[in-house]
Design a protein around this ligand. Structure first.
Ligand code: UDX
Length: 480
């Protein structure tokens, strides 16, 4: 008699919000789960999918998993539409309706029974919908645990009078209603959505509501680790007993890939980033020619735009600091359209000690020996990448969770300086020289300690490693 067939592996549907920062970290999670033998269906927007998969290395990574497949949906806009950070709101109803249709199809397909859905925690409509289909949902949030916790405390902030913020003169008031973070947060450090006088503002209502709704999911995954955001994580755990802190995901994946014995069917090691932009590697050759720890790396992520004034102040601040710098200026960086050209009188100085590219291999740059520090917009992926690389930061946060993250850098971890709400050439110069000069040793030592903690969390026996194993076991115990 033939031996009985082995049961199929658990099948997980992963569904991120269609934005680079969200897709990036949820793809890392997808890859980690696929690496552990789970069957994955990743729902991706057509626009992001085409831009991602034109990179042969990214394509090769996913085709190497026999049980990994993408399902593509439109985000409702033509492919050549210049998407902005607020297209999420305008296309929301459309995306919701076609996603529900697709989920229904996937769940009813007899050949790939669905074990669970890991949904972006900002799209909690999936929790009720999947509940009706009888499929458990695990929520994943791409932001810091501290920001997640601040959103969670929104009703308490309103009740206590911490919100609304009463104008500019109120910005430095200490916020007392975010438990565990009383020593850290001022009004200025709350998520940017809190900076409105009208509490019925759509975004301010939507984001905290989604956060509170996540308690109805089966579990919550955060891209963080216990030692990094202890105060927020311990508070969150009291509301989410099934909490999996498994980050930093970009590095956790590498840690797992390098610890497993290579076999002929193993996928190639993961590259730096799931980037939708064309990477310009000329900056690595430029860095190779610079002295050790002499360069500040400058990047404001994938969606932040600067106005002409801000650009000019950064150009002057960087040049006047006298330091070498590598600046990522995306082709769409300038809010008024186009990218921020170098002011005429700075051209020579920039050519002497600067390098400007449209998109860099960021993780590789941060690990480069010539790079001493990172001037960042404090996006959560960038923050985690800097933490892992052990690089001090100068923070210039723009939106959403970035205001909270930059405060963690300057006041919780003490690995850099926060120049939030100020864009002035003298301040840029002073901050850059602060992390590269006067306080360089202090910040580098603290950043080194944080990097060591991150490595421990992602090593066998570490907290993130153990939590990922627990998550995989829990998924395996769910019945399709
Ligand atoms: C957005 C929000 O800004 C952020 O606050 C939120 O936490 C996630 O969504 P984004 O602006 O793209 O993300 O910033 P960030 O989260 O830092 O992600 C940027 C990613 O692009 C990083 O993984 C970084 O490595 C990558 N990158 C950036 C490059 O690979 N090359 C570059 O030149 C610049």
């Amino acid at each position: 008699m033939d031996p009985p067939l082995a049961p199929p592996p658990p099948h997980v549907i992963i569904f991120p919000l269609a934005a680079q920062g969200h897709v990036n970290s949820m793809l890392k999670l997808a890859e980690l789960l696929a690496h552990s033998g789970l069957r994955i269906t990743f729902i991706n927007s057509e626009y992001i999918h085409h831009r991602l998969l034109r990179h042969a290395d990214i394509q090769a990574r996913f085709t190497a998993f026999p049980d990994f497949r993408f399902k593509i949906i439109s985000d409702g806009l033509p492919l050549d539409h210049p998407r902005s950070s607020d297209h999420f709101m305008t296309t929301f109803s459309y995306v919701k309706s076609i996603t529900m249709q697709l989920l229904e199809e996937l769940v009813s397909a007899p050949d790939r029974p669905v074990t669970c859905i890991i949904a972006d925690g900002i799209l909690t409509f999936t929790i009720d919908f999947a509940g009706d289909l009888g499929v458990p949902v695990v929520a994943f949030r791409t932001i810091s645990a501290s920001c997640f916790w601040a959103y969670f405390c929104f009703p308490r902030m309103v009740e206590s009078g911490d919100l609304p913020i009463k104008g500019d003169e109120d910005m430095d008031r200490v916020v007392t209603s975010v438990k565990g973070m009383e020593d850290i947060l001022r009004c200025r450090d709350l998520p940017s959505f809190c900076r409105v006088a009208d509490l019925s503002d759509w975004t301010l209502q939507y984001v905290p509501t989604q956060t509170l709704q996540t308690t109805r999911a089966r579990a919550l995954i955060l891209n963080s680790f216990d030692q990094l955001e202890g105060p927020a994580i311990s508070q969150i755990r009291t509301h989410f007993p099934n909490l999996y802190t498994i980050g930093p995901l970009h590095s956790h994946l590498k840690s797992r890939l390098s610890s497993s014995s290579p076999s002929p069917s193993s996928p190639p090691p993961s590259p730096a980033s799931n980037s939708i932009w064309e990477v310009d590697r000329s900056c690595i050759s430029w860095l190779d020619k610079q002295p050790p720890k002499s360069v500040i790396y400058v990047s404001f992520g994938s969606i932040t735009t600067l106005n002409r004034h801000d650009f000019t102040e950064f150009w002057y601040g960087l040049v006047n600091s006298g330091r070498r710098f590598l600046w990522v200026v995306r082709p769409d960086s300038l809010a008024e359209g186009g990218s921020g050209a170098v002011p005429e009188e700075l051209r020579e100085a920039v050519a002497e000690r600067g390098c400007v590219v449209g998109w860099a291999p960021q993780e590789e740059v941060l690990h480069h020996g010539a790079v001493a520090a990172f001037l960042t917009h404090s996006g959560w992926n960038s923050t985690l990448e800097s933490v892992v690389a052990g690089k001090p930061m100068v923070c210039w946060p723009c939106l959403a969770d970035q205001q909270v993250n930059s405060r963690l850098v300057s006041h919780a971890w003490k690995v850099g300086l926060d120049m939030k709400d100020v864009c002035d050439r003298e301040v840029v110069e002073r901050m850059v020289n602060g992390v590269m000069g006067e306080r360089q040793e202090e910040f580098a030592a603290a950043a080194g300690d944080l990097a060591r903690m991150a490595r421990e969390a992602m090593s066998e026996g570490g907290s993130s490693w153990g939590n990922l194993d627990r998550l995989i076991e829990d998924i395996r115990s769910m019945k399709p």
